[in-house]
Design a protein around this ligand. Structure first.
Ligand SMILES: NC(=O)c1ccc[n+]([C@@H]2O[C@H](COP(=O)([O-])OP(=O)(O)OC[C@H]3O[C@@H](n4cnc5c(N)ncnc54)[C@H](OP(=O)(O)O)[C@@H]3O)[C@@H](O)[C@H]2O)c1
Length: 249
C-alpha cells in the first residue's frame, strides 16, 4: 500500500521541476493527483507524462477566479482533497535599484497571492485531516544579492504557514512550508537572464552549498511526500530547509 493510497492531491506548478516530480511520486504512492500550470503546452506535456491517473489543468494561480474554477473541477472529479501542494512560483533576479512596480507585482501576484487563492479555493474541499505544503526558499534565511523581491514573496509564504496553521488547525488542516535550496529545475532557464549569466550566478551560489551540488527535484518530492502524508501528522507551521546546508552550515 502506498503512503497516499486513497488520498487526493492538488499540486500547483505541477508541469515541470519540483511540482512534476512530486506529482509523479504522489501517483506512485497511490494518490489521485491534479496538477495546475499556466503554459498550455507544458500542461499538455505534463498530462502526457503523468498519464491517465492525473488531471492536468491550465490556470493562472494569480487569478482568484481561475483558482475557483480549478476547485469546482476538483469538486466534480475528486469530491474532496487531502493534500494541497501550493508550489507554483516564478523567480526574477533584479538589482535593487532597478526594482519597479511591475517587478514587485508580478512576483507577489504569482508567489504570494497565488498561494492565497490556491488555499482559499481549496478550503471548502479539504478533509479533516488535510495537509497543505507551501514552497518557500532557503533565500528567506540568507541574503542573496538581486533577490530582494523574490525572497520577500517567499518570506510571506513562510509566514502564511504559521498563520494558517493557527487559523486552520481547529478544522484539522495543518500547513507547513518547504524551503528548497539550489534545485536543478527549468526555473533557471526562466530567470530572464542570458545562459552565461545564469551559469556564473549558479556557480557563485554553489560556493555557499556545503553539499557541493545542486539538489534534484525528486529529492525535494520525497520531502514533500513526508510533509503531505500522515508520517508528519504532528508537524505544523514548520519550515523544512532542504538546501544541502546552504542556509545553516
Ligand atoms: N529550483 C530551485 O532552485 C528553487 C529553489 C527554491 C524554491 N523554488 C521554488 O520552487 C517552486 C517550483 O519551482 P521549480 O524550481 O520546480 O521551477 P519550474 O520548473 O519553473 O516550475 C514552476 C512551476 O510553476 C508554474 N507556474 C508559474 N507561474 C504560474 C502561474 N501564474 N500559474 C500557475 N502555474 C504557474 C509553472 O507552470 P508553467 O510550466 O505552466 O509555466 C511550473 O509548473 C517555485 O515556487 C520556486 O520559486 C525553487
Amino acid at each position: 500500500m502506498g503512503r497516499l493510497t486513497g488520498k487526493t492531491a492538488l499540486i500547483t506548478g505541477g508541469t515541470t521541476g519540483i511540482g512534476l516530480a512530486t506529482a509523479r511520486l504522489f501517483l506512485q504512492e497511490g494518490a489521485r493527483v491534479a496538477i495546475v500550470g499556466v503554459d498550455p503546452e507544458r500542461v499538455a506535456s505534463a498530462a502526457h507524462m503523468l498519464g491517465a491517473g492525473a488531471i492536468a489543468l491550465c490556470a493562472d494561480v494569480a487569478s482568484k477566479t481561475a483558482m475557483e474554477g480549478v476547485a469546482a473541477r476538483l469538486k466534480a472529479e475528486f469530491g474532496t482533497l487531502d493534500v494541497v501542494f501550493a508550489n507554483a512560483g516564478i523567480a526574477q533576479p533584479m538589482p535593487f535599484s532597478d526594482v519597479d512596480d511591475g517587478h514587485i507585482e508580478r512576483q507577489f501576484d504569482v508567489n504570494f497571492k497565488g498561494v492565497v487563492y490556491t488555499i482559499q479555493a481549496a478550503l471548502p474541499l479539504l478533509n479533516n485531516p488535510a495537509s497543505v505544503v507551501l514552497t518557500s526558499t532557503t533565500m528567506i534565511d540568507q541574503g542573496v544579492a538581486g533577490m530582494s523581491v523574490y525572497a520577500a514573496t517567499k518570506a510571506a509564504v513562510r509566514s502564511l504557514a504559521r498563520t494558517l496553521s493557527a487559523e486552520l488547525a481547529p478544522r484539522g488542516v495543518r500547513v507547513n512550508a518547504i524551503s528548497p535550496g539550489l534545485i536543478d529545475t527549468p526555473i533557471y532557464g526562466k530567470l530572464g537572464l542570458p545562459a552565461q549569466a545564469v551559469q556564473e550566478w549558479a556557480g557563485q551560489l554553489m560556493a555557499k552549498v556545503p553539499a557541493g551540488r545542486f539538489g534534484q527535484a525528486e529529492e525535494v518530492a520525497r520531502a514533500v511526500l513526508f510533509m503531505a502524508s500522515d508520517d508528519s501528522l504532528y508537524m505544523m507551521g514548520e519550515n523544512l530547509l532542504f538546501d544541502g546546508g546552504m542556509a545553516t552550515v
